[in-house]
Design a protein around this ligand. Sequence first.
Ligand code: HPA
Length: 278
Amino acid sequence: MEFNNYQKTVDCIREKDSRHEERKLVIVLGSGWGPAVDALMEVEGEVAYEDLPGFPVSTVAGHFGRLLWGDFAGVPIYCMQGRFHYYEGYSMAEITFPVRVFAALGIECMFLTNAAGGLNPDFSVGDLMMIHDHMNFMGNNPLIGPNFDEFGPRFPDMTSAWDKELQSCLESCAKEADVLLQKGIYMAVSGPSFETPAEICAFATLGADAVGMSTVPECIVAQHCGMRVTGISCITNLAAHIGGEKLSHEDVSKAAKHSLANVIALLYRAIPCMHEIL
Ligand code: HPA
């Protein structure tokens, strides 16, 4: 991946979005998070990923992805509707390409959302979990390869990969909105197979509270670029073994719908609150 590739994409977005300088935050939507944005965002413009130079080209049938910009609860933001997953066959460099584009655009904060399986026995389906920290079990790291010194150091610190101040903001907004916001450690695996009961036991023993197939590569690259990162998982199922039932992708999609009202109430407060402190 050439460093210049990022600049081409940045130039393209700047050209299309006349208010690009006002935006400080990008939200990346995971499975089931789309409807909240439909409800709260006044879209000013959009571009399909396939029309953005340098963005990975979709090889998956029915793949849908676009970048939106507009006001979310009155705050100018970008929104990635659809992300690239490692299990789809994209490289780590492809998955995280957009992160560096946003960093080069001047975006300061990345808000990552996803669907995840709950490991913590105190969690219920439909709960929202603020990501307090992560464990990378994807078997790869997006920073492997030549380091782009323009973006960050060879060995970036991960002590505060998940921004404490943004977490406080999420917690106070959840309280205000009377939304239960769990807090936990997100374990990232490659997928696409769901976990075996033995894996679930092992991950829970290690201290993970939820398991999913995304988010961590983006967080690592964002941290490398000096962006502030925060995120929420929607617990769409209790991971195999705990729930005792077989899992399907449809279950995951269905469950995400149940938490919609909470997601809306939380984001309506949280996005403006975060924008204030950036
Ligand atoms: N495991 C991994 N990824 C997931 C799950 C799960 O149980 N649910 C939603 N994404």
